[in-house]
Design a protein around this ligand. Structure first.
Ligand code: FAD
Ligand code: NAI
Length: 469
């Protein structure tokens, strides 16, 4: 039987794969997308960004109603949690969004295949289905967008019951009395926040001497303090040596990262969140001769092309931050390049957000990075405690910090900790994409009373002329 022919076969239906497939179809290509999950959307929609944000939102409502409604004169007695309803609501959000991608595929005439893809060489890809013979497809170009999977910790075997990855942590059947999170990164703190708000005691064990490594130090310190105030405990500079499970609990043996006395800590549930690794297994990469880099990611040039002409790769499976918006930008640039256009991604201005309360959002250089590079800068800072909207809604924690070049005033980095920092950072990204100076932001009219006025004031503070502090 002859293989069905396409211009492009996309392997993986996550933010990289589905967005790449749609953009390629818009550019006139005949596109197939092979996804082994039954639903489209990849990690992001099924077990990542979306369900975690749904639970963050629901758990925030619970926490606010239970502990803070009275501050607003709202008397909510006997507030109770029905966890199964909360989890179902999250699942419904996921279903509705993943089905939305099916609709977008139909609208854009992307042909969808359900099954595991294996690259066979010479433009042929086999689709291994749950039942029946594999199907062969052929295309001029192949775009690998197979994403990433949970990184495992030797000695702490994930069973998605007592020892869970982020996937299990999104669907716990009851609120644990105690949750130990291994890894003080984004997943650990977002999921730790969810379960803390729902009533669990949460302790985070982090190998390094700091949480969220890579963030601006001032932000990191403020963030840790605020999470501690919420009741999350941190055990930094600590190594987990192994886990022993019984029916009800898990006991971890830990010791200081630099060596020292061992200790045992016990919890009902342990979440392993020490990072993710590229998903390159069983794809036929070795047989096809596609090269990986030293960290097991698919190696691509700045056109997203592997060492094999006509095979491209994007998203979590290549180098760069493992973020959904990065995956989407990669994919759009890659297919535009295939179509002869000048696709481009500005990795220097890739925003990153932690969706806790308060949120943490950043773009561009940290203060530490600027010092390391010997770049002289001015710093403007504005606290939400002096922002009228933050005051009005009673969420005054945090600040905006803007770093601008001492010589040119060009904005080099923006870091925000505070309510809705994730939404606010978009203003900074746009300004920086256009090469804005701090004065440009300071002279831009901002609506009142809005949280974004804190960005304007921080920009004014770069020249030490903020109005409200
Ligand atoms: P994926 O989304 O992993 O998609 C790859 C797809 O390829 C998968 O569906 C997989 O089934 C499929 N696949 C793999 N191999 C094959 C094969 N051989 N054949 C067919 N299909 C295959 N990022 C953010 O930007 N913001 C967030 O708030 C955020 N929250 C997150 C929360 C959690 C709990 C997690 C785990 C991640 C989060 N991320 C977030 C990261 C984000 O999910 C990823 O960066 C993003 O999904 C990467 O997209 P991708 O398309 O490269 O890969
Ligand atoms: P991460 O890289 O953010 O954090 C992992 C943390 O674990 C680090 O602090 C690291 O020092 C620590 N660690 C590593 N090995 C350890 C060990 N053996 N013992 C103790 N600590 C250890 O990874 P995380 O949180 O698993 O997230 C994976 C990816 O998903 C990230 O790259 C992130 O970008 C993405 N993500 C993004 C979100 C967002 O944008 N809001 C939300 C959730 C995930």
């Amino acid at each position: 039987m002859t293989a069905e022919a396409f211009d492009l076969i996309v392997i993986g239906g996550g933010p990289a794969g589905y967005v790449g497939a749609i953009r390629a179809a818009q550019l006139g290509m005949k596109v197939a997308c092979i996804e082994k999950r039954k639903s489209l959307g990849g990690t992001c929609l099924n077990v990542g960004c979306i369900p975690s944000k749904a639970l963050l939102h629901s758990s925030e409502i619970y926490e606010q109603t239970k502990h803070h409604a009275a501050e607003h004169g709202i008397i909510a007695k006997d507030v109770k949690l029905d966890l199964s309803v909360m989890i179902k609501k999250k699942d419904d959000v996921v279903t509705s969004l993943t089905q939305g991608i099916d609709y977008l595929f139909k609208k854009n005439k992307v042909t969808r295949y359900v099954g595991a893809a294996v690259i066979m060489g010479n433009g042929v890809v086999a689709v291994k289905k749950e039942q029946g013979e594999p199907e062969s497809l052929r295309a001029k170009n192949i775009l690998i967008a197979t994403g990433s999977e949970v990184a495992e910790l030797p000695g702490v075997e994930i069973d998605e019951d007592r020892i869970v990855s982020s996937t299990g942590a999104l669907s716990l059947k009851e609120v644990p009395n105690k949750l130990i999170v291994i890894g003080g990164g984004v997943i650990g703190l977002e999921m730790g926040s969810v379960w803390r708000r729902l009533g669990a005691e949460v302790e985070v064990v982090e190998y390094l001497d700091e949480i969220v490594p890579g963030q601006d130090e001032e932000i990191r310190k403020a963030f840790r303090k605020t999470l501690e105030k919420q009741g999350i405990k941190f055990r930094t500079s600590t190594k987990v040596l192994g886990a022993v499970k019984d029916k009800k609990s898990v006991t971890l043996t830990v010791e200081p990262s630099k060596g020292g006395a061992q200790e045992k800590i016990t919890a009902d549930v342990v979440l392993v969140a020490i990072g993710r690794k590229p998903n390159t297994k069983n794809l036929g990469l070795k047989e096809a001769g596609v090269e990986l880099d030293d960290r097991g990611r698919i190696k691509v040039n700045d056109h997203f092309e592997t060492n094999k002409k006509t095979i491209y790769a994007v998203g979590d499976v290549i180098a760069g931050p493992m973020l959904a918006h990065k995956a989407e930008e990669d994919a759009i640039a890659a297919v535009e390049i295939m179509a002869g256009q000048k696709g481009h991604v500005n990795y220097d201005l890739m925003p990153a957000v932690i969706y806790t309360h308060p949120e943490v959002a950043s773009v561009g250089a940290t203060e530490e990075k600027l010092k390391e590079k010997g770049i002289e800068y001015n710093k403007g800072k504005f606290p939400f405690a002096a922002n009228s909207r933050a005051k009005a809604v009673g969420k005054t924690e945090g600040f905006v910090k803007i770093l601008a070049c001492k010589k040119t005033d060009k904005v080099l980095g923006v870091h925000i900790i505070g309510i809705q920092a994730g939404t606010m950072i978009a203003e900074a990204v746009t300004a920086m994409e256009y090469g804005a100076s701090a004065e440009d932001i300071a002279r831009t009219c901002h609506s009142h009373p809005d949280l974004n006025e804190a960005i304007k004031e921080a920009a004014l503070d770069v020249a030490k002329r903020a109005i409200h502090i």
